[in-house]
Design a protein around this ligand. Structure first.
Ligand code: HEC
Ligand code: HEC
Ligand code: HEC
Length: 135
């Protein structure tokens, strides 16, 4: 898990943001509350896969390839749990407000992660390739 952890500590969510807040891994990777009911079956495929892998041979996994399936193990509902201000656009970032409008109006099926592919792990690709080089 070294590349994921390294990349996490360099991310805004890992303590490098303005506020210095550091999340738990499970804030994004495990469902909470209502999200669980709605997404239980989806998480079975994606999340179980990822976390079960902790007990297997981690180095044998092609993590770079798994990134194509990032939506399966990171849930919109987790993001929205914290980013409650987005729908109102209260933070006065017009660019973000315009970008999110179709999402909240239900006019797009795009997920948070489809647009914010790399949140949580800054430069994950770099850290994955670095780790590979040391084996
Ligand atoms: C536990 C609360 C929490 C969760 C869950 C969370 N965030 Fe954040 N997020 C924050 C905080 C706090 C900041 C601001 C960090 C700072 O600047 O100190 C932030 C910052 C951001 C930013 C701006 C900084 C950047 O990295 O570009 C984006 C975009 C973002 N979050 C998207 C997401 C997405 C997408 C998800 C779901 C995968 C998510 N967040 C999950 C709390 C959360
Ligand atoms: C802010 C939400 C967020 C937090 C917190 C977070 N992750 Fe992630 N995680 C993601 C996203 C989004 C991706 C896909 C990132 C990418 O492909 O660049 C991901 C990818 C992963 C992957 C799969 C990587 C791959 O190559 O397939 C693992 C494993 C992982 N995270 C573990 C962790 C661990 C361990 C922690 C805590 C140290 C953590 N995550 C914290 C959002 C988060
Ligand atoms: C259609 C693409 C798209 C989708 C879907 C999307 N975003 Fe964004 N998001 C953006 C863009 C574009 C910005 C503005 C970036 C900038 O200011 O440069 C942004 C900005 C943000 C910010 C920073 C807000 C601020 O005030 O600066 C956060 C946090 C965020 N998004 C979280 C989320 C979360 C959580 C979801 C899922 C509910 C989501 N986004 C879905 C495109 C998207």
């Amino acid at each position: 898990m070294q590349p994921m952890t390294d990349a996490f500590y360099l991310d805004a969510h890992g303590g490098r943001g303005r506020t210095g807040v550091r999340l738990e891994c499970t804030d994004c990777h495990l469902p909470r509350g209502n999200a669980f009911k709605h997404l239980a079956h989806k998480t079975k495929s994606g999340l179980h896969d990822i976390w079960a892998n902790f007990t297997y041979d981690l180095d044998a996994i092609d993590w770079e390839k798994k990134r194509d399936r990032r939506e399966e193990f990171t849930l919109n509902a987790s993001c929205i749990n914290c980013h409650t201000e987005l729908e109102q656009g209260a933070k006065a970032n017009p660019k973000a407000f315009v970008a999110h409008k179709p999402y909240f109006l239900g006019e797009t099926t795009k997920t948070c992660i489809e647009c914010h592919k790399n949140v949580g792990h800054k430069d994950l690709g770099f850290h994955l390739s670095k780790h590979k080089g040391t084996q």
